[in-house]
Design a protein around this ligand. Structure first.
Ligand SMILES: Nc1ncnc2c1ncn2[C@@H]1O[C@H](COP(=O)(O)OP(=O)(O)OP(=O)(O)O)[C@@H](O)[C@H]1O
Ligand SMILES: Nc1ncnc2c1ncn2[C@@H]1O[C@H](COP(=O)(O)OP(=O)(O)OP(=O)(O)O)[C@@H](O)[C@H]1O
Ligand SMILES: [Mg+2]
Ligand SMILES: [Mg+2]
Lengths: 221, 221
């Protein structure tokens, strides 16, 4: 379960304070599937980075499965992230010198799983996403949509309790988008919690539970 | 006018040849507005990079306003690009150490225009794209959609004859997308040639003339 209490995020740019999240109180129960919608620049990625333990709020509290995330140290945070959370970044963040398989198997290698097993699971995940013929391509040898699908494969490879996906279908044609959403629905049916940021109305409608952000404030559906 | 003749693009990865563009014959007349659609990995960005004189084909010829682009040297190519073409990259390619204004004014500085005039034009373009309150933000201080709009402002700042936009609305909410398309329609009404790659059905339908790519081959609408 995700629970935030009175979360603000303020950036300080040379004297000027910019509040981009304003008093966010969000509760997401285990096993739910929610969409976050909002205009460009409204604070979606900023909120997602905090939920993913990649950034800290300026004020407020965040509890992930009862753990007070803001009290945890860096090692504990890395552990929470690697054990619980799969993250699809808006700009992919793939490692440029590694090929598709190597990028996807990385989260499993961190858990100490054997290289042979990691590689097999990575190949399986990439095949599910239609990239069986691009396994040894590095990010700059892949199209935008292919890179996005590698990023999605990496996010789901550890079968995480919580998947946070920031515009996972932004660079994908409708057929590839449907494949990705199918995978998220399958994970959700198995009890995984899925949070998706999207601008795609079709994707939002099929998810059901929608939360809106506008100028850093949350509005429930 | 754009005219390609029998263009192939082949990547050589370790002994294996991968043909990603196959015998492309495309003619785009001055002042037209066309959309290019196709599945992820089908060759859209590869074709666009060749049209934008950023990459060369493995075989075939390319004539831009009658100039045989493949005979031109690097200096001539840079001149053709800077004088004629505005490019919106799929992954923005903004300069990380420069702020929004500096990124947008760069193409004009290359033409030897005074810094004061460049800066004013850049501010105007950014205001048109709804970024008047983010002028001094660097790319990592902007959201995905805001970065995309900076990239669009940079592409149109020189009022180029030819605008090549690779998924210009991929990271934008519907209101921002409509703003961008409005600007492209305005440029097109003034006689500029606009080529847009998109996965967004709504964007493609409003453009009218659609070209499809599948497995590196072109199919006219
Ligand atoms: N340097 C490279 N080496 C080998 N293959 C490459 C290289 N760059 C691109 N490719 C391949 O070329 C094909 C076409 O890529 P391109 O980027 O043109 O696709 P696209 O139609 O733009 O797709 P998307 O909608 O996902 O952006 C892809 O299958 C990709 O894997
Ligand atoms: N380092 C920073 N310094 C200052 N402002 C920032 C910084 N990073 C982001 N911002 C601002 O925070 C706001 C929220 O950004 P965020 O990336 O969360 O938006 P978003 O809702 O994800 O938008 P998009 O749909 O365009 O991706 C934006 O207005 C942006 O300009
Ligand atoms: Mg974002
Ligand atoms: Mg592309």
């Amino acid at each position: 379960t995700i629970e935030t209490r009175n979360i603000d995020k303020i950036y300080q740019n040379g004297g000027e304070d910019l509040k981009v999240l304003d008093n966010i109180n969000l509760k997401v129960y285990e096993g739910s599937f929610i969409a976050i919608l909002g205009p460009s620049g409204s604070g979606k990625s900023t909120l997602m980075n905090i939920l993913g333990c990649l950034d800290v709020p300026s004020r407020g509290e965040y509890y992930l499965d009862g753990i007070n995330v803001l009290d945890a140290n860096d090692n504990e945070l890395a552990q929470i992230r690697n054990q619980n959370i799969g993250f699809v970044f808006q700009q992919f963040n793939l490692l440029p010198k590694m090929n598709a398989i190597q990028n996807v198997m990385l989260p499993l290698l961190y858990r100490g799983i054997s290289e042979a097993e990691c590689s097999q699971k990575a190949v399986d995940a990439l095949n599910r996403l239609g990239l069986g013929d691009r396994l040894r391509h590095r990010p700059q040898q892949l199209s935008g949509g292919q890179q996005q699908r590698v990023a999605i494969a990496r996010a789901i490879i550890t079968n995480p309790n919580l998947v946070l996906a920031d515009e996972p279908t932004g660079n994908l044609d409708s057929k590839s988008s449907q494949e990705v959403m199918k995978i998220f629905h399958e994970l959700n049916r198995k009890g995984h919690t899925i949070v998706v940021i999207t601008h795609d109305q079709e994707v939002a409608e099929e998810i059901g539970e929608i939360i809106y952000i506008r100028d850093g404030k949350l509005y429930e559906n």
